[in-house]
Design a binder for this molecule. Structure first.
Ligand code: 6GU
Length: 268
């Protein structure tokens, strides 16, 4: 997968492409990143890339000629996805990342100032993408977000099993994680995670994922595609008098129960 990034600030990407996961993917030939400095395609003496907006108003607009020349020199138009990063775009999502990861190459266009001339969008852009409801001073940080999210979905970049477990891949936010030590400043790792009881751990994690999602992103729970077991747990949580009479409060607290496989030193 090749990411071709069109920007007035290629230097912003230097640390990013040298960072661990992406650097390793590049090293292994799974991903490549091409940086195209739009300014190199401005033909005037001062390499001017912006100008005042027709119709007036504050702020500058990126001129069409250098952008078009940069895109044409880099093989745009050959049925390739050209993604323009703009706060006026469709909201980026895990689903969109998955779609983009199927492409051989994507071209990412980073705007600065008030944006780029509309005619470049009309002639070259296949997707206008925003990363969220706030305004950044340019598309570069947004392009890094897209490259990061897409690159890690390219087969081989990260382990398949870690992808499956992840936030959003099952429509829920992630459960809490713990590593050693067992006791950190008096805060203990929930007993269920020390039990070696895989089924209990799986259920506890699903419950914690549901609780986290209810608290931070309740709108995610109304979507299709939630696993049946999650849907059932949710129904019980929302109405504890239904079903099996609520969830087990000891399980929720991650405490141990007799005979639950939590007893250690039994070779489990
Ligand atoms: Cl893609 N660009 C800019 N400039 N601001 C944004 C954005 C993109 N997404 C959210 N805010």
């Amino acid at each position: 997968m090749t990411f071709s990034i069109f920007t007035l600030f290629p230097g912003l990407f230097e640390g990013f492409v040298r960072s661990s996961i992406l650097a390793r993917a590049i090293e292994r030939g799974l991903v490549s990143v091409r940086l195209i400095d739009i300014r190199d395609f401005a033909t005037d003496r001062h390499h001017v890339c912006d100008d005042a907006a027709y119709g007036g108003g504050p702020g500058m607009v990126m001129k069409p000629e250098p952008l078009a020349a940069a895109l044409e020199a880099s093989g745009a138009k050959a049925g390739k996805r050209v993604v323009y990063l703009t706060p006026a775009g469709r909201r980026f999502s895990q689903r969109m990342a998955g779609e983009l990861a199927k492409e051989e190459e994507i071209l990412l266009l980073c705007g600065r100032y008030e944006g780029i001339d509309q005619r470049v969008i009309d002639a070259f852009v296949s997707d206008e993408v925003s990363i969220g409801d706030y305004v950044l001073s340019g598309g570069e940080v947004a392009a890094m977000v897209v490259v990061d999210a897409v690159a890690r979905l390219v087969p081989g970049v990260i382990a398949e099993d870690s992808l499956e477990e992840e936030s959003f891949s099952r429509g829920l936010l992630e459960y809490p994680h713990y590593t050693r030590p067992e006791d950190f400043r008096g805060m203990r790792v929930p007993e269920v995670l020390l039990s070696g009881h895989h089924e209990k751990i799986r259920k506890w994690r699903l419950l914690k994922s549901l609780e986290k999602t209810m608290k931070h992103r309740p709108e995610l729970l109304n979507q299709d595609g939630l696993p049946a077991e999650a849907r059932e747990l949710l129904r019980e949580k929302r109405n504890p008098r239904l079903g099996r009479g609520a969830t087990n409060p000891r399980l929720e607290r991650g405490e141990r129960e007799e005979g639950d496989g939590n007893e250690r030193d039994q070779g489990t």
